[in-house]
Structures are given as C-alpha cells and as structure tokens.
Design a protein around this ligand. Structure first.
Ligand code: FES
Length: 114
C-alpha cells in the first residue's frame, strides 16, 4: 500500500501572527511582525530551506497570545517564540528551522496568553 502520508509535507512550519488592531489595543503588528515575517521568508529562501519536506513560513491572524507580542509558533514541535528584532529571527532560522534546536532564550512562557 502506498502510504503517501507517512511524512509531513513540510518538515517545519512557522506561523507569524500579523494581527493589527485598529482600536490601538496591543497586537503583534504594532511590534514589527510584518517586517519579521518578511525577513524570515527571505532568510529561509536564501538558505535554501523553503519547500516540500523543508520549511514553510506563513502569516497568521491572532494566535490569542497577544500579551507576548510579537509571537510566532513553529510546528511540529509547537514551540512558541517572542522576538524583539531581526537578529532574533535570524537565530530562530539558523538554530530551529535549519537545525531543529530550540532557541530557549526566545521561548514564550506558558502562562502568557491574551
Ligand atoms: S495579536 Fe498577535 S497573538 Fe494576538
């Protein structure tokens, strides 16, 4: 039998919350999420990590952990990150997306919610 679902289509999938709240409430878009998303996409492509069996970088709406904004989550590990600048994104790409090593200093604490 051909088990075409034995391996995930993407080896790793990172979602960036890009949510913008027009009423001024705290949100990821206020904290450089769009720029971080674009930077991550560019880095993943430049490193040759993008595509089937490799890495996919996606936009997301609110992930309901806004108090940690800006946030991103990497699957299949389900590791949540909060980041400050593009150097943090570079570290996530190099360590986690490329080598599967969690960047502990950027991990979002479990208690951070909306
Ligand atoms: S606005 Fe980004 S997690 Fe809610």
């Amino acid at each position: 039998m051909n088990d075409s679902r034995s391996a995930p289509y993407y080896g790793r999938h990172i979602f960036f919350c890009l949510n913008q709240r027009d009423n001024g409430d705290y949100c990821c878009a206020q904290h450089g999420a769009q720029e971080a998303f674009q930077h991550c996409k560019g880095r993943v492509k430049d490193e040759g990590l993008a595509g089937k069996g490799k890495v996919r970088v996606n936009k997301a709406g609110c992930l309901n952990r806004c108090a940690g904004a800006p946030v991103a989550v990497v699957y299949p590990e389900g590791v949540w990150y909060t980041y400050v600048d593009l150097a943090d994104i570079d570290e996530i790409v190099e360590a986690h997306l490329k080598h599967g090593q969690i960047v502990e200093r950027l991990v979002l604490p479990d208690e951070v919610g909306r």
